[in-house]
Design a protein around this ligand. Structure first.
Ligand code: HEC
Length: 143
């Protein structure tokens, strides 16, 4: 084996050694991203708030109290009946894992990011608890 082959090999190995802070099973992340108890009310605020998560830029939801809601993505009212919390989790964390050409941003992905501003390196768009709050909001059944 030449030195060049060895370099290629090492590169390949290091690419596969991206230890992610979560485990993907099928099209889900089964385990919550944090042990802290999530809060559906906070999740609803995050979902509706243009400043933070700006989900309403692209999604509608019956319970989001925002006048203008986008329709680039599917209506998420009742998404908890279509998708499990684990499926919703992967879709918020890293939709590109499911569909590489999606326009849905990845909110908790730290690998393979291009053009990351230097002050954002290693930081995700939303915190683990913020994502769990939003999952709690989207998964609860309206009563
Ligand atoms: C820039 C637009 C955009 C933003 C912002 C956005 N999404 Fe999406 N989202 C999409 C699109 C488009 C899809 C459909 C996936 C596809 O076709 O690639 C989608 C799909 C989803 C799905 C899967 C729905 C289903 O029925 O399969 C969930 C859940 C979701 N988004 C949640 C969120 C949440 C929560 C936020 C905010 C944290 C958010 N999205 C922000 C564009 C967006």
């Amino acid at each position: 084996m030449t030195f060049r082959h060895l370099t290629v090999l090492i590169l390949l190995v290091s690419c596969h050694d991206q230890s992610l802070p979560y485990e993907i099973v099928g099209d889900s992340i089964l385990m919550p991203l944090t042990d802290t108890m999530p809060d559906a009310k906070r999740g609803k605020d995050l979902f509706s708030n243009r400043g933070d998560a700006h989900c309403v830029l692209c999604h509608m939801h019956d319970e989001a109290q925002v006048e203008f809601q986008g329709n680039l993505g599917p209506d998420l009212s009742g998404v908890g009946e279509r998708l499990t919390p684990g499926q919703i989790r992967l879709r918020i964390v890293d939709y590109e894992f499911i569909r590489p050409d999606t326009t849905m941003p990845s909110y908790f992905r730290t690998h393979n990011l291009t053009q990351v501003r230097s002050d954002k390196i290693g930081k995700t768009v939303l915190s683990p608890l913020e994502i769990e709050d939003i999952i709690a909001f989207l998964s609860h059944h309206a009563d």
